[in-house]
Design a protein around this ligand. Structure first.
Ligand code: NCD
Length: 379
């Protein structure tokens, strides 16, 4: 009996011929039908989304406050929910999260955000890398364009390839939007939005802000998206520092964007604790080494060995507390070789748990802005 196997794929994914990210030298495209890059946030939309996230937070608190009361009083929850959804909800619209890479916070918060807004789901796929036909050599764009024809209003997509969200936006039919939930080392615009809104909770205005990014800047996407968002000259951010060993420093593409926009930035290798001691920064944004995205085992091992010298310790945290500096992190933190030691969590100015919570309200605000009454995606 002869056994036939599928022929090797000759398909060349189209993202290989696409630029890594949106062309940042152009005027931001604004949030419309799709959200693929943090470059699409204008100052006006950021202000509006920050305000809307405040409304989402209030709604969330109200709902949970009512749930803590005796069940006889809970009918008031339905009234609150109905009034809120009339103004901000997404009606009967359908979301399909299609997640090709591991995700807990981003998937969990998108899923919950849509639910709070009253939306419904079509085939949520959390393990698309194993369960979709890309395992049979179907191309990513073919998978997405087929699934889009089952009628979701929005596909939230996460994928390990740079440019995947942009490619998805090019192949879905009219009436279906794409939101980038992280594409390779490229972008994570909704994380950047949540980070921005978190910063605004602690600083009324970002004008004059000095921020240091630490950890693995090269292989991560959160710093890239946040730096792009903050490089908008209208926000008035004063200074960015990138604190990492050479193997994890910002790449040419990001530095070109920052230079073109006139951002003051500087790469720091070893002297990053001095930025904290000398009060040269207001926020330290730490990140995890992205081991899963570093193909070379030697670089991986080098990064792992140098990690402790970039970690935030309790002693550093005490200085930050004294100086009124905030510590942020997109999470998760590596538990075996931590970039922030566990003792730091007890400090008030270590705000990464708040940051994760704000991520929910930020995504609620974004989804309402795009798919609520008069949403930008519905034009
Ligand atoms: C990040 C990601 O997936 O890019 N996490 C997140 O979405 N909150 C950061 C990371 O994995 O280190």
């Amino acid at each position: 009996m002869s056994v036939t196997t599928a022929p090797p794929s000759t398909h060349v994914p189209r993202w290989e011929s696409l630029p890594d990210a949106a062309p940042h030298n152009q005027t931001p495209a604004k949030i419309g039908r799709h959200l693929v890059s943090a470059d699409q946030f204008t100052r006006e939309s950021l202000e509006k989304l920050a305000e809307l996230a405040g409304t989402m937070e209030k709604f969330y608190e109200q709902c949970h406050e009512v749930l803590r009361q005796p069940s006889s009083k809970r009918f008031s929850r339905n009234r609150i929910v109905a009034a809120f959804r009339k103004e901000h909800g997404v009606g009967e619209r359908l979301m399909a999260p299609i997640i090709f890479e591991s995700s807990a916070r981003t998937y969990g918060s998108f899923y919950s955000a849509w639910k709070y807004l009253g939306g419904d789901y079509l085939f949520p796929m959390t393990n698309a890398a194993e369960s979709s036909s890309t395992t049979k050599h179907e191309s990513f764009e073919s998978t997405i364009s087929t699934l889009a024809r089952y009628g979701p209003n929005v596909i939230v997509v996460r994928h390990k390839q740079n440019g995947a969200a942009k490619l998805a936006a090019q192949v879905v039919p009219y009436g279906c939007s794409i939101i980038n939930a992280g594409d390779g080392t490229n972008e994570h615009p909704t994380q950047a939005l949540g980070d921005f809104i978190t910063m605004r909770k602690f600083h009324d205005n970002l004008c004059g802000l000095r921020i240091a990014f630490g950890g693995d800047i090269k292989h991560g996407r959160t710093v890239r998206s946040l730096a792009i968002l903050l490089s908008n000259p209208q926000l008035g951010v004063k200074q960015m520092y990138f604190c990492a060993p050479p193997a994890a420093q910002i790449d040419e593409q990001l530095s070109t964007v920052l230079m073109r926009r006139g951002v003051n930035f500087c790469c720091v290798q070893k002297k990053w604790p001095e930025l904290i001691q000398d009060r040269a920064i207001d926020i330290y944004y730490q990140t995890r080494i992205q081991y899963e995205r570093i193909p070379d085992p030697e670089v991986r091992s080098l990064m792992s060995t140098t990690q402790p010298s970039y970690a935030i310790t309790e002693q550093i945290m005490q200085t930050m507390q004294k100086n009124g500096q905030l510590l942020m992190h997109p999470l998760p933190i590596h538990s075996l070789n931590p970039e922030i030691l566990p003792e730091c969590e007890q400090f008030e100015n270590a705000i990464y748990k708040t940051q994760a919570q704000v991520g929910l309200w930020a995504r609620m605000a974004l989804l309402s802005h795009m798919f609520g009454p008069n949403g930008t995606a519905l034009d």
